[in-house]
Unconditional design. Structure first.
Length: 192
């Protein structure tokens, strides 16, 4: 899927609990980690930027793109990342000497480190799950079980008109639902 859709889905899935900027960043990081180093390698080697179209294959890009993609699009490595985030948040909470992480710049509510780590990793996991059926074997299939298995789904390209259209419709429908829910919650006055 395209990075804008990933960012919006990351925001949708953590709406009202996690800062939308953090959610969007976590949702696009799997692609950025794969393709930014690839772009840098191309620029430093003097090779022209590759134009991606329906005939592109994974090997059209520098090998670092596939190497990083296998790590950033693996649910196994994502679980390791979750454990690192959780551990870091537990350490931060210990330094704060509280029972819950404080709401602020990134968290909309006070919460336990495990809950915060889960919310932070949900956009990343959604990225992988969305990519699994929307990437083909020809161009960056999603190695979601790497390093334990090289099984990958031969999906339908996300740029196929009806896949793209369904994605946009779903994004709009969920956006409206979330906005209506937020408006309804804001209109409820607290009882004295």
């Amino acid at each position: 899927m395209d990075v804008v859709s990933h960012a919006i889905w990351g925001r949708h899935l953590t709406h009202g609990r996690l800062n939308w900027k953090l959610a969007a960043a976590m949702a696009v990081l799997p692609d950025l980690l794969a393709f930014v180093p690839s772009t840098i390698v191309q620029l430093l080697s003097g090779k022209p930027r590759v134009n991606i179209d329906e005939n592109s294959v994974t090997s059209d890009l520098p090998s670092i793109a596939w190497q990083m993609y296998q790590i950033s699009h693996s649910l196994v490595w994502t679980f390791v990342l979750f454990l690192c985030i959780w551990g870091t948040l537990e350490y931060i909470l210990k330094k704060q000497q509280g029972e819950l992480l404080k709401a602020g710049k990134y968290l909309q509510n006070e919460m336990k480190p495990r809950t915060a780590a889960t919310l932070m990793i949900i956009p990343w996991i959604s990225h992988i799950i969305i990519d699994m059926p929307t990437h083909t074997h020809r161009f960056f299939p999603t190695p979601f079980l790497m390093p334990f298995s090289d099984f990958m789904i031969d999906g339908i390209m996300w740029s196929t008109w009806w896949v793209w259209g369904l994605n946009v419709i779903a994004i709009i429908v969920v956006w409206r639902i979330l906005n209506q829910r937020t408006a309804a919650m804001a209109s409820i006055e607290p009882r004295a």
